[in-house]
Design a protein around this ligand. Sequence first.
Ligand SMILES: Cc1cc2nc3c(=O)[nH]c(=O)nc-3n(C[C@H](O)[C@H](O)[C@H](O)COP(=O)(O)OP(=O)(O)OC[C@H]3O[C@@H](n4cnc5c(N)ncnc54)[C@H](O)[C@@H]3O)c2cc1C
Length: 412
Amino acid sequence: MTSPTERIVIVGAGQAGGRAAEALRGAGFPGEILLFGEERHEPYERPRLSKSVLLGEEPASAAALHPRAWYADKGIALRMRSRVEAIAPKSRSVITADGERVEYSKLLLCTGSRVRPLSGAPEGLAGVHYLRTFEDSERLAAGLEPGRRLVVIGGGFIGLEVASSARRRGLAVTVVERQGALLDRALPAEIAARVASLHAAHGAALRLGVPVARIHGNGAVKAVELADGAELPADLVVIGVGIIPNTELAETAGAVSADGLVVDEYCRTTLEDVYAAGDVTNHYNPILERRVRLESWQNAQNQAIAAARNIAGERRAYAEVPWFWSDQLGTNIQMVGVPDPAMQIVWRGERLAFGLLQDRVRLAVGFDMGGEIRAARRLIEARITVPAKRLADTAVRLKDLLTEATCSASTP
Ligand SMILES: Cc1cc2nc3c(=O)[nH]c(=O)nc-3n(C[C@H](O)[C@H](O)[C@H](O)COP(=O)(O)OP(=O)(O)OC[C@H]3O[C@@H](n4cnc5c(N)ncnc54)[C@H](O)[C@@H]3O)c2cc1C
């Protein structure tokens, strides 16, 4: 039960922090809500930063969750440009960078993640970018002029969305990926190959299976040298080699962390009355029957809402099939589930692929197939066995597969 005298402190005013504050009020929490964020902007969502903002279609400010006045209206105290430096669990308080101590009844950590630096990359070289924040996106967008040469280091989703936006703005683009396939961590190679074809068809050069040796420049970037000796002239370089969850604040206070801050299905960390949500967490997913650390809009949104409701006194487990989307070169790519190296890949037509483990659908990836992906999500949720042949048969509707399996399961 919550009371008006309680104070919830949220650390991290990104998507998860902002949505959690909103959900706390939505759940009727009557007490004080304090939201600390080290950035200067009110909470915003990052997906536009690599898409419409880089395309020059809208400013980064369009990504805000709500206008600033909305927080005051809801009685949410926004403390921007305010970094929390420490948690003191015994005195149930947090300490900010300016030494202020703020007590909490419950604490929610939504500290997200930061870009992983490329080792050996020179610092302060003009034209070398990372992409995580509002400012990163605006700076990069300003440099995307037609005819310039861009080298993207890292063939993950962020790198490929940058490559896509830059090609669409008329830049010459090369994507360098040290693994032999794009999207190595996110997709089975057979499906990722389709993404590679999409980029190649739009004129991007792909250098797969070769690491970067050095970035050259004097004041401004000039070229990227690869380990095989090739030198790629560059006016711009974008490094997208992954992210690191911001777990240190909680770890120093004694919370358990293992590839993300460990939380249970109610979003509780191992510290009393300390919860966490979003990119920073590693949680057990009962549908997948394994722990996962997700880097996605869906998880930032829905785990934050689940955390807020649990803080507000409901007992609600967070259990969803992971879903992710990416927009590249006019194609909407959506995936549900998670990949596994042992998966059998089954194509259903040319634009929808499934990943099966022991005849159970565990992953689906669609290219402009939003409706089918919704049906695929239900197949994963249902945890039923589906014959690969029927899955591949486009004459059989996905929702019929679900009904057939459900009926046979309930037939005595
Ligand atoms: C360019 C880009 C494009 C993306 N596109 C997609 C997409 O198309 N689809 C998709 O599903 N996902 C996408 N994502 C991923 C998605 O945006 C993230 O998973 C989501 O932002 C995670 O939200 P979060 O609130 O957990 O963390 P964050 O967004 O990282 O927010 C955490 C906030 O906490 C602040 N903070 C950290 N420590 C402290 C502290 N000690 N004190 C105060 N403040 C602190 C940080 O500065 C930050 O503002 C994209 C991400 C990026 C960067």
